[in-house]
Write a protein that binds this ligand. Structure first.
Ligand code: SF4
Length: 314
């Protein structure tokens, strides 16, 4: 059983992606209201070796030397990967030892004002930062940042990174209806995007329950409206991934999830702990099972629980 890597999972943007998670769950500079991994428990700007670099590299090598190569190794997980001060060393090792594999880094972008972080990410093939708001008050409402973070400084960091990084930047804007989809906020976002000059702009919205329950997904029409207002080249709606089954999709895991939640409703963290799998991997199965109406989620005590779908559909 691996501790730091998970998958491979089919990613909506990166094909077959082997994940590597370099921080303990919910260690992040933000506490986004839409976070699929629940509330941030360690809201921090501290960079350190949360996960030790050498064991993480050994695990990665063990996987890559014994399995078909994925399209990407993706730094992601249930926290912010750039908080691990060893990320640069791991990226360098992959590039040296497995030059055919591409590297993606999913980041909230808040640490790119740090020249050291920017330097460490330079060998990556794709960096996917987020920018959901430009007004300080909306930034605070959606992303609930660490108190020392300022949105203007974050935008400067993204723009500096653009000037230094020669590969792909795919900027994600997560639309939360009623918060960042007003004409005024979108005009500010457009200004920031024109400064950052990403290769792609990807509009995303909720497709799994977030950290709070009084938000909803934007409809396709609402996303199209945002696209029209932004009126920027290379903007796309990140559609839900077609329900492809990957080679590693395991019926036994699906059955184990169904058996586990048949006893009592559970959170994704409960299920991951019981089955000894990463929450991101469990999320993919939950997504599939919810899509085919075998399970449903319910909100209880401000947490998202999964249970078998009842006959009545309620
Ligand atoms: S969505 Fe990403 S950036 Fe936001 S709280 Fe969750 S892990 Fe952190």
């Amino acid at each position: 059983m691996y501790k730091y890597i998970f998958g491979p999972v089919p990613s909506r943007r990166l094909g077959i992606s082997l994940g590597i998670d370099l921080v303990p769950p919910k260690t992040c500079q933000l506490n986004c209201i839409y976070c699929e991994c629940g509330r941030t428990t360690n809201l921090t700007l501290d960079r350190k070796e949360y996960v030790p670099v050498i064991p993480a590299i050994l695990e990665l090598k063990d996987y890559l030397d014994n399995n078909p190569l994925p399209d990407y190794v993706t730094f992601s997980g249930a926290g912010e990967p750039t908080l691990n001060s060893g990320i640069g060393r791991i990226i360098e090792t992959i590039k040296e030892d497995y030059p055919a594999i591409k590297i993606a880094v999913l980041t909230n972008g808040t640490s790119l004002y740090d020249t050291e972080v920017r330097k460490e990410l330079l060998p990556a093939d794709v960096v996917l930062p987020s920018l959901d708001a430009v007004s300080e008050n909306i930034f605070k409402k959606i992303n609930r940042p660490h108190s020392a973070l300022e949105i203007n400084r974050i935008i400067e960091g993204l723009s500096d990174f653009r000037n230094e990084f020669k590969n792909q930047i795919w900027l994600e804007i997560f639309i939360v209806p009623g918060l960042n989809d007003s004409e005024e906020e979108l005009a500010l976002i457009k200004g920031a995007v024109q400064k950052i000059k990403p290769d792609r702009i990807q509009l995303n919205t909720l497709d799994r329950p977030g950290a709070v329950h009084d938000i909803r997904a934007a409809t396709r029409e609402e996303l199209l409206r945002v696209m029209r207002i932004l009126d920027l080249d290379n903007t796309e709606i990140v559609a839900r991934a077609p329900r492809q089954k990957i080679a590693s999709y395991r019926k036994d895991i699906e059955s184990a999830i169904l058996e586990t939640i048949a006893r009592r409703p559970m959170t994704v963290e409960d299920i991951a702990q019981i089955l000894g799998l990463h929450t991101n991997e469990i999320n993919k199965y939950l997504d599939d099972l919810e899509h085919v109406d075998k399970i449903q989620h319910v909100i209880q005590q401000q947490s998202v629980f999964y249970k078998l779908k009842s006959e009545s559909g309620s």
